[in-house]
Structure formats: structure tokens, C-alpha cells
Design a protein around this ligand. Sequence first.
Ligand SMILES: [Mg+2]
Length: 232
Amino acid sequence: MQISTISFDGDMTLWDFRKVMRHSLKYTLVELQRQVPTQRVLELTVDEMVVIRNQFAGEVKGKIWNLEEIRLRAFEKTLEYVGCADKELAVHLNAIYRKHRFEDVELYPDVISTFDVLAPQFKLGLLSNGNTYPERCGLEGYFAFVVFSQDVQIEKPNRRIFEITAQRAGCELAQMLHVGDSLENDVAGARNAGVSSVWLNRESVPNDTEIRPDHEVTLLTEIPTILGLGGK
Ligand SMILES: [Mg+2]
């Protein structure tokens, strides 16, 4: 069946989520250290904050879906960890984090040029386990459908989220191509749902898994060629 629709993963596919997340945590940490300059707080690191957040997210997996709530609660946990439990301060830190986390997202340089080639021929959409909103990072108007796991309460690689995406896109699963950086979530998830897959391997790391993508690229600009367009 002919591909009519392309769904894109977000984090680490269209934007460098790790970079904006760590950069936003850094601003938050500086503010925390300014407000509470105890030895324990001065020794706190961004790495520890990431660990605390991920640990908490693991504990509430399947119970709390909203990623912004998880982030706020993770700041509460962080303050408990450094011996200064304070819900109001957590709200303040969360506001600083959110400002940077949502305003400082940078698209990878190959996104817009690729979308401009694909958009006239294909229906494009976002299928994300994250919470970066396309209208806040320069992608307003490109997507015909947007599916966030936190809204449908199903995450990639579950095949059900690919079915929901195809429904929203108004196409058959076999007409969809999914592009993402995660072999497990994006490639295996797509394959299991009967969706074609492109593994975006920006760092050209070896694939030491059993998961085989239909296509592998190091840049999004290779995708038009895969689909028979001129490309760049
Ligand atoms: Mg990703």
C-alpha cells in the first residue's frame, strides 16, 4: 500500500529534548541555590535531579500520566532529598523550569527543510511520548494530527497508540510511515502495528538489537528520497 501519512516522534527526533531539559534544570538549580544556600543544596547536581525525576516517574508509571504534574512532583521530591521540603518553593522552581523547557526548544536544523519537501505530498503528524508542543517551537501549521501518550494514556511501543494515530490521521496503518530515534519505542512499536518505520540514527551508533527498521537514516533530509521524492 502506498504511504500517504508520516508520523514523527518528537524528543531526539525533531528537537534535542535532553539538551533543553538539562539546560532548564540548570536554571532551576541556580535559583534553588540562591534561595537555599545550604551545603546540601550547593552540592546538588543536575544529574541528581534527573535521577530523582526518573525514579519518581518510574514509581508512578501508569498512575500519573501528565508529565507536567510528574515534573512538579519531582521538584517536591528533590527538595525533600536536600532536606528542605517546601511545596511553594517547588511550584516556584517548576515555573522557572517550565519557562525554559517550553521556550528554549530548538529544532534540529534538518526539520523545517525536510517538512517543506514532504508537506505538499504527505500528511504529517506528531506521535510523542513527551510533552513538547509543536506550536511552541516553530512547527505551527505543519501537523495534521498530534498524538501525545499523556493524553491517550498509552505509550509507544504499544500498538494501540499507532492505531489511534492512524485513526486521527484518517489512514490505514499500512499507509503510515513512522520516523523516530528509538529502536524499541518507534521502530519495534511501528513494526508491531503494521506501520513502516524509519530509524533516525543521528549518531550512527551500531544497532546491537534484533529490531530491524525498514529504513535507517542519519538525517531527516534523507527521508524524501526513501519516499521517491527528489530530496536533498
Ligand atoms: Mg525520541
